[in-house]
Design a protein around this ligand. Structure first.
Ligand code: MF3
Ligand code: CO
Length: 253
């Protein structure tokens, strides 16, 4: 069952997203070659707690940290630790926050220093693929239209869309219905309705789409060892069009 959110519930989710976006900004300010991924986790966790909120990831199915940081060939669910970031690394920073009973979720791929042109192209394509997906979030469209918009944009640029992980409904639960595939056929799947709230979080690979999970049972990496990037927003479908709940006029995401 898909819970359709009221305007009040949507504003609660937006408030949690605001904390996530502010934490993201603080992580980005702290990011530099030589910094560990655990340091970034601590920056985010401290800010989130200062707002009377909690990180949704912490303890989720046993996840040991507050945010996910996935570097280079890591696709998703990287665990912050003593890894020292190097000039040229790309890192997907996933921050989800729960405040007053509602979750908000977003992800930004950042750069440690300057990155090679091929990495920049991957970042640009991934970010724009999210925009293509968000633009498809209008009532009457179908879930498959979103996946199709993302997949066709990504593949036209010679990259691949990860199949093994998807977007998700969000609200009182971190993950709820519907599942949002980042690939698919136009005109298929459930019809979008006013009040649906879900994440769109395409993971785009430089090479093939296949992934595998490391021995830590969390970190997913590309099977071919090539780069992967991800951007994510939480979006509400409304009769006025897509309302991107994790985007704020005064913040860069
Ligand atoms: N945005 C990611 C997701 O929705 C964050 C996962 S947090 C983790 O799957 F704890 F599961 F790692
Ligand atoms: Co998510």
């Amino acid at each position: 069952m898909i819970h359709l959110k009221s305007a009040l519930e949507i504003d609660r989710i937006r408030a949690s997203c605001r904390i996530a976006a502010e934490a993201m900004l603080r992580v980005e300010e702290a990011l530099a070659p030589g910094v560990t991924t655990l340091h970034l986790d601590q920056i985010a966790d401290r800010y989130i707690r200062s707002q009377g909120a909690v990180a949704s990831a912490l303890g989720y199915r046993g996840f040991p940290r507050s945010i996910c940081v996935s570097v280079n060939d890591e696709v998703v669910h990287g665990i912050p630790g003593d890894r020292v970031l190097q000039e040229g690394d790309i890192l997907a920073v996933d921050i989800a926050v729960k405040k007053d009973g509602f979750h908000g979720d977003m992800n930004v791929t950042m750069k440690a220093g300057c990155v090679p042109p091929k990495a920049q192209r991957l970042l640009d394509a991934t970010r724009q693929s999210l925009e293509e997906g968000l633009a498809a979030c209008t009532p009457g469209q179908r879930l498959g239209d979103i996946g199709h918009a993302i997949q066709s944009y990504v593949e036209a640029r010679g990259f691949s869309i990860v199949r093994a992980y998807c977007g998700h409904g969000i609200g009182r639960n971190f993950h709820e219905e519907p599942q949002l595939l980042h690939y698919g056929k136009a005109g298929t799947g459930r019809r979008l309705q006013n009040g649906m709230v879900f994440t769109i979080e395409p993971m785009v690979n430089e090479g093939e789409h296949e992934t595998r999970v490391l021995d830590d049972d969390w970190t997913a990496v590309t099977a071919d060892g090539k780069l992967s990037a991800q951007y994510e927003h939480t979006v509400a479908v409304t009769n006025d069009g897509p309302d991107v709940l994790s985007r704020f006029a005064d913040l860069p995401y």
